[in-house]
Design a protein around this ligand. Structure first.
Ligand code: 4NP
Length: 155
């Protein structure tokens, strides 16, 4: 089986996708799953910046330190490097699809498509007044691992 390489994508790469990346890394490590993981933003607003303090705090509640993560923008090479690219919301998904080169085999979908019963839903942009979205992002990123990542771990 091809080693999974997962990219989590939001707008700024400082709120939602770093948390999703951290949750995946943690679960993969605990499951003994060899996988590559990273996150990126469709915009370049926060390139080189650390995650939002609210994301750092949410991760620390789960024993993870993401303060050293650094924001980066989605690039065309990501469609070669990653087997799966997960968007946080529909705008992210449209922007990813717009950049996707012809012939790319990367599987692109919403992160919430992995959560049974929540397919097609978004994790909304939390940057302005979205306090509850940080905890929600964590919860959705960890819920799906039982249904999906664990399948890989067993293969
Ligand atoms: P993220 O949140 O996409 O979850 O990282 C945002 C961060 C920054 C901005 C928007 C969303 N911004 O407009 O600067």
């Amino acid at each position: 089986m091809e080693k999974p390489a997962i990219l989590f994508v939001c707008l700024g790469n400082i709120c939602r996708s770093p948390l999703a990346e951290a949750a995946f890394r943690d679960a993969a490590e605990k499951a003994g799953l060899e996988a590559e993981a990273d996150s990126a933003g469709t915009a370049d607003y926060h390139v080189g910046n650390p995650p939002d303090p609210r994301s750092v705090e949410e991760a620390s509640k789960h024993g993870l330190d993401i303060s050293g993560y650094s924001g980066r923008q989605l690039v065309i090479e990501d469609f070669e490097r990653f087997t799966h690219i997960f968007a946080m919301d529909h705008q992210n998904l449209r922007n990813i699809e717009a950049l996707r080169p012809e012939g790319s085999r990367a599987h692109v979908s919403l992160l919430m498509d992995l959560v049974p019963g929540r397919e097609g839903a978004a994790i909304a942009d939390p940057y302005h007044d979205g306090e509850e979205q940080f905890e929600y992002t964590w919860r959705m990123s960890t819920r799906r691992r039982r249904r999906w990542w664990s399948g890989w771990a067993e293969n």
